[in-house]
Design a protein around this ligand. Structure first.
Ligand code: APR
Ligand code: PHB
Length: 394
């Protein structure tokens, strides 16, 4: 087989890159280890920055998002029971975010891929990139018991944190930066109306909570829990009771509870590898960086990487600008680091670190809360990062 860009992984990164390139007349082939149902079964965040929304529109996959997505012009931060609304629109000169689940974004992208007729192989195994430093790299994989080979110009490693792409870069090339946090998030999805029309990020002595949503009838809630916690130990009732205990009374009494559609625990970590390119292989999204979910940046940073790689490849194929390829990592990382900083900052600001924070750091956390929420500049700082910083021109 032959293609121009071989894409490993059919999460949002791989599918969005594939869709944009396909629209531009550039051939792609996507290889995914799982089945479509498995990919769609993963429940992830649901807040899209303006830049992500614009990119999905550019990719021609926004019809359902524009119909069903909820535009949010504000978000609430809550400390010690005190509610503070961030008027995103006013603080950012008119920007907002779109609440639309990653699962739905992925579903729309999968459908677009199917309609395009462009090749995508699900359920492949033993995917292996080769000749990354050669003019003609290739990828081998197994599909339905057969070993296959696809020759290509470039390989996009969109295969998430556990993927093969990053691992196929020789040892010593990448530098890894990491921060782990001493807690995780226990999430619950339910067909109940959201407790608030906007998202609530709340700090509480019992731990952080997030009240999020997918639609007017579907809610997503999260509780900060110790890392060793097991999801089996959390009945729905226990979850709802704990959530209520961490919310101010006027919010808790409005909470509508119901059976969980999904419940899972995710550890929180920050991780970046540099550079995001090795020869003809480009790392995109979770393959190169992880953020804690507190800033809602995971999918948005993936879209940001896709934006840069797509625009560079467009100029490579249309204008012969192969010189731009070596700029991908630098451009992508500049924005990634800002997203990492914001996600880390929000995680620090909102969680209870208990004995994991020394007395000095506790005081810094309190000072940050005092400063950021009581200063117009502090509020603008949080708001402009939350709605998403601009992309640089390529
Ligand atoms: N071969 C083929 N496919 C693979 C391999 C492999 N060796 N390893 C992983 N994959 C697939 C996974 O099954 C998954 O479907 O790559 C895909 C990677 O998708 P994601 O993990 O969703 O990563 P990405 O597309 O970069 O999306 C980033 O997802 O994890 C969230 O917070 C993150 O919201 C962000 C978004
Ligand atoms: C979610 O809805 O799942 C969600 C929203 C905002 C976040 C994290 C997760 O910051």
């Amino acid at each position: 087989m032959k293609t121009q860009v071989a894409i490993i992984g059919a999460g949002p990164s791989g599918l969005l890159l594939g869709q944009l390139l396909h629209q531009a007349g550039i051939d792609t082939l996507i290889l995914e280890r799982q089945t479509p149902d498995y990919v769609l079964g993963r429940i992830r965040a649901g807040v899209l920055e303006q830049g992500t929304v614009d990119l999905l529109r550019e990719a021609g996959v926004s019809a359902r998002m524009d119909r069903e997505g909820l535009v949010h012009e504000g978000v609430e931060l809550l400390f010690g029971g005190r509610r503070q609304r961030l008027d995103l629109k006013a603080l950012t000169g008119g920007k907002s975010v779109m609440v639309y689940g990653q699962t739905e974004v992925t579903r729309d992208l999968m459908q677009a891929r199917e309609q395009s007729g462009a090749p995508i192989f699900y359920g492949v195994s033993n995917v292996q990139p080769h000749g990354l430093k050669d003019e003609q790299p290739y990828v081998t994989f197994e599909h339905e018991g057969q070993v296959q080979r696809v020759d290509c110009d470039y390989i996009a490693g969109c295969d998430g944190f556990h993927g093969v792409s990053r691992q196929s870069i020789p040892e010593g090339v990448l530098k890894q930066y990491e921060r782990v946090y001493p807690f995780g998030w226990l999430g619950l999805l339910s067909d109940t109306p959201p407790v608030n029309h906007e998202l609530i990020y709340a700090h509480h002595d019992r731990g952080f909570v997030l009240c999020s949503q997918r639609s007017a009838t579907r809610s997503r809630y999260y509780l900060q829990v110790p890392l060793q916690e097991r999801v089996e130990d959390w009945s729905d009732d226990r979850f709802w009771d704990e959530l209520k205990a961490r919310l101010p009374e006027e919010v808790a009494e409005r909470l509508v509870t119901g059976p969980a559609l999904e419940k899972s625990i995710a550890p929180l970590r920050s991780l970046v590898v540099e550079p995001m390119q090795y020869g003809h292989l480009f790392l995109v999204g979770d393959a190169a960086h992880i953020v804690p979910p507190t800033g809602a940046k995971g999918l948005n940073l993936a879209a940001s990487d896709v934006n840069y790689l797509y625009r560079i490849l467009l100029k490579v194929y249309r204008e012969g600008r192969t010189d731009l390829l070596q700029r991908y990592s630098e451009l992508a990382l500049r924005r990634v680091w800002k997203g990492e900083r914001f996600s880390w900052f929000m995680t620090q600001l909102l969680h209870d670190f208990g004995e994991h924070k020394d007395a000095w750091d506790q005081k810094m956390q309190e000072a940050d809360r005092e400063y950021f929420l009581n200063s117009p500049a502090g509020l603008v700082n949080i708001a402009e990062n939350y709605v998403g910083l601009p992309y640089e021109a390529v």
